[in-house]
Design a protein around this ligand. Structure first.
Ligand SMILES: [Zn+2]
Length: 189
């Protein structure tokens, strides 16, 4: 078990499919009216939006002082790797931290949780036994945890990454509305 707690902060790594740990460095949500992407400043805020996006779709005006008239904060393109979250992922319980790491081959992300005591939990079973062994977290429920990971968007993966089994490389990008989105490291330096 290799571990090192990394925080999802800026990690602009050049794509030397090497040792770099790839984590999320920017969060964005798409406006359901104008389809522009808005950067969401903190992971907490992002999680809040993501957890409720089905009932409360994101719109530009959710950001203070911003309207659909303003240019997008960020464009969906291959200048960075985009990963798209599913809606409705529960907010991470207080004190815990949820981390996502992109595999070196860009094939998928892996999710894990860090407990307030610094333990890494990689599966539902590990969460269940942690909660059972630590009754002080009785207000936290197993359903607050999910290992559902965002989808890595093929059309934003660096070209030098060998894609297995992807025959057609044509960028048919469908931008889905009402989906919060995260975007992972690997930008320009
Ligand atoms: Zn808008």
């Amino acid at each position: 078990m290799e571990d090192k707690q990394e925080t999802p902060k800026t990690a602009s790594k050049k794509s030397r499919a090497g040792e770099a740990i790839r984590s999320i460095d920017t969060y964005a949500a798409q406006c359901e009216k104008c389809f522009k992407w808005r950067v969401i400043t903190t992971p907490e805020e992002y999680e809040e939006i993501r957890s409720k996006i089905t009932e409360k779709p994101f719109v530009c005006s959710n950001k203070p002082g911003v309207s659909c008239q303003d240019p997008a904060d960020i464009e969906y393109d291959a200048s960075r790797v985009w990963v798209i979250d599913r809606p409705g992922i529960p907010k991470t319980p207080e004190g815990f931290k949820r981390s996502l790491v992109l595999r070196k081959d860009f094939s998928k992300m892996d999710a894990y949780y860090i407990t307030p005591t610094g333990k890494k939990l990689r599966t539902r079973n590990e969460v269940a036994s942690f909660l059972a062994a630590n009754p002080e977290y009785s207000d936290v429920s197993l359903s607050d945890f999910t290992f559902t990971v965002p989808k890595v968007m093929d059309d934003t993966i660096p070209e030098d990454v060998i894609k297995k089994g992807s025959a057609t490389g044509d960028g048919k990008k469908k931008q889905k509305t009402s989906k919060a989105v995260t975007e992972a490291g690997t930008a320009k330096d």
